[in-house]
Design a protein around this ligand. Structure first.
Ligand SMILES: Nc1nc2c(ncn2[C@@H]2O[C@H](COP(=O)(O)OP(=O)(O)OP(=O)(O)O)[C@@H](O)[C@H]2O)c(=O)[nH]1
Ligand SMILES: [Mg+2]
Length: 441
């Protein structure tokens, strides 16, 4: 869903996760990444620029809350800003007997959405009736009748005018929830506005839901404001989020219009429908199972490196102690596969399970080996030659081949650090260097 937006946002989060130092330059790089992703998704330029300003302000000028590193704060803050951009609050609809008027322009997805809505209420235990008030388009009533039979709910279509049909349905219906389908138009003209307003008053609608297709992007704002002014809406349903790159723009625009997005349509089938929760939505977009979990882990493991150390590492002065520390941190954070899942972007990297297990086993061995080294050996592993290798293997209860393998990996990591010197983003993190060691970089 929203393909590019998700990828762009994941990249931004991955960039943060890979930062050794959170400085102005690093923040700018993230902001640029973010802007590109949001603008491509047709989010209003003004909104993007406001968001960028808030990020710079918060990350560079504010102190992170106690117990939180700057990097964690950056991740948390960006996540919260995205949630705010895309709607802030969950759009609730009450599970109670009610009357719902569904409106929108031609082809926005009203009738399809009504089927989805009917099923949504039905599986939650409420009986549903559908009322065919679209007398404008010839086949509209027949379409709704078929939908009603498909989701197995009652259909009402007796009468000539939309008003008559609505009155008849109100008189006859014993269902808990009545959903009224209405005619679309090319634009919200006087005629449509009048018809919708009258219908809304006649049926005493509890909800007037405006259906907006995601592919109109930021134009959703004007449409929502217009309908609200002329008809009075209680919420929005954004459809076709599955088939467009502009969905982010539509969701953000709906939010600034002041209306709340209550549901989203993510496909043509009856089940391609969900109630809208910006938090969950953003979480899914950026590929985190859950952000709280990530922050907790990152905190307890203290992944962030201090500035002096980052500098030393950047200069390629990467000792065996650093290597050991990285191993230790991975151990603290849980299994390697878990850690990989939690690094934004890495979750997508598929590492075969058995390979993971082998690597985790090897990691434990390496810890024993490093623990058997002297202080001098750790500071300058180059002095470790054959006789020392034999001693270390014996001391750690491993084979000489294991010790050699560790030394080789260490050298590779060191080389990688030197290569990454002056590099940016993910390349900077020692954790990333280690990840590379395990073939995931
Ligand atoms: N991919 C996708 N297609 C959708 C979605 N919702 C609706 N559609 C499609 O959009 C087209 C129009 O849907 P309708 O429900 O007939 O739209 P409408 O607003 O009732 O149209 P009119 O009654 O003519 O104004 C159909 O082909 C639907 O299958 C969605 O969430 N995803
Ligand atoms: Mg229709």
């Amino acid at each position: 869903m929203l393909g590019n937006l998700g990828t762009g946002l994941k990249d931004a989060f991955r960039r943060i996760a890979g930062l050794g130092v959170v400085d102005r330059e690093a923040v700018e790089a993230v902001v640029r990444e973010l802007q590109r992703a949001l603008l491509q998704s047709d989010v209003d330029v003004q909104l993007v620029s406001e968001l960028s300003a808030r990020i710079r302000e918060k990350v560079l000028k504010e102190k992170p809350p106690a117990g939180m590193t700057l990097k964690e704060y950056f991740i948390k803050m960006l996540y919260e800003e995205l949630v705010r951009l895309l709607g802030a609050e969950k759009g609730e609809i009450e599970l109670k007997p009610q009357k719902i008027l569904v409106c929108g322009l031609f082809g926005s997805g009203k009738t399809t959405t009504i089927a989805k809505l009917a099923k949504w209420f039905k599986v939650r235990g409420l009986s549903v009736g559908l009322v065919a008030c679209d007398t404008h388009r010839a086949a509209a009533q027949e379409q709704l009748r078929q939908i009603a039979s498909r989701v197995d709910v009652r259909f009402y279509g007796e009468g000539k005018s939309p008003q008559d049909i609505a009155k008849n349905a109100l008189r006859e219906s014993k269902e808990d929830v009545l959903i009224f389908d209405t005619a679309g138009r090319d634009a919200l003209d006087k005629e449509l506005a009048k018809e919708l307003k009258e219908l809304g008053a006649l049926v005493k609608a509890d909800e007037v839901l405006l259906v907006i297709p995601a592919d109109i992007g930021q134009a959703a704002r004007r449409q929502s404001e217009e309908f609200n002014r002329l008809v009075g809406i209680t919420g929005i349903i954004i459809t076709k989020l599955d088939g467009t790159a502009r969905g982010g723009g539509a969701l953000a625009a709906a939010h600034v219009s002041g209306a709340r997005v209550k549901f989203i349509g993510v496909g043509e089938k009856v089940d391609d429908f969900e109630s809208y929760d910006p938090k969950r939505f953003v979480g899914r977009l950026i590929g985190y199972g859950d952000i709280e979990g990530l922050l907790e882990k990152a905190k307890s493991a203290g992944v962030e490196v201090d500035e002096g150390k980052a500098k030393r590492l950047m200069e390629g002065r990467f000792t065996m102690d650093d290597f050991y520390e990285q191993l230790g941190q991975m151990g603290k954070m849980g299994s390697l596969s878990k850690v990989m899942e939690m690094i934004p972007g890495m979750g997508q990297v598929k590492i075969p399970k058995d390979m993971m297990e082998v690597q985790e086993g090897r990691m434990k061995k390496w810890k024993f080996i490093i623990e058997s080294m002297t202080k001098e050996e750790r500071a300058d592993p180059d002095i470790i030659r054959a006789s020392r290798i034999a001693r270390i293997a014996k001391g750690s209860g491993t084979a000489e081949a294991d010790v050699r393998a560790l030394l080789k990996s260490y050298k590779q990591a060191q080389k990688f650090m030197k290569m990454a010197k002056g590099g940016k983003g993910l390349k900077r993190g020692p954790l990333a260097a280690l990840a590379k060691q395990f073939g995931a970089g």
